[in-house]
Design a binder for this molecule. Structure first.
Ligand code: FES
Length: 104
């Protein structure tokens, strides 16, 4: 498992809000909802849609391509056409840094 890496500063992302960041050349969708941060691969498991460009609704992100919904807290797929979850990554706050550690 990789180390935590700083990807953004606290205060940069509104609540609710989202931002695309990169960790080790991997594109990650970082979400801020209810005072907490969540990180998912920015890749829809249906056909590779960029999740962070979709509509955020509570703890759900809707893929902008065909509308599959994912839970931002754990990456699980909630609606078709996606049937598999996308990877969820650990997020930690240190001072005013938002840190992400990639899941394997
Ligand atoms: S690519 Fe995301 S729903 Fe099809």
């Amino acid at each position: 498992m990789s180390d935590f890496q700083a990807v953004a500063k606290v205060g940069e992302i509104p609540d609710p809000g989202k931002q695309v960041v990169e960790v080790d050349d991997r594109v990650i969708a970082l979400f801020h909802v209810g005072g907490k941060y969540y990180a998912l691969d920015d890749v829809c498991t249906h056909d590779g849609g960029p999740l962070a460009e979709g509509q955020l609704d509570g703890y759900q992100i809707a893929c902008p391509r065909h509308g599959a919904r994912f839970d931002i807290r754990d990456g699980r797929a909630l609606t078709l056409p996606a049937t598999r979850g996308t990877a969820a990554h650990e997020v930690r706050i240190s001072g005013d840094d938002i840190l992400v550690r990639l899941a394997d």
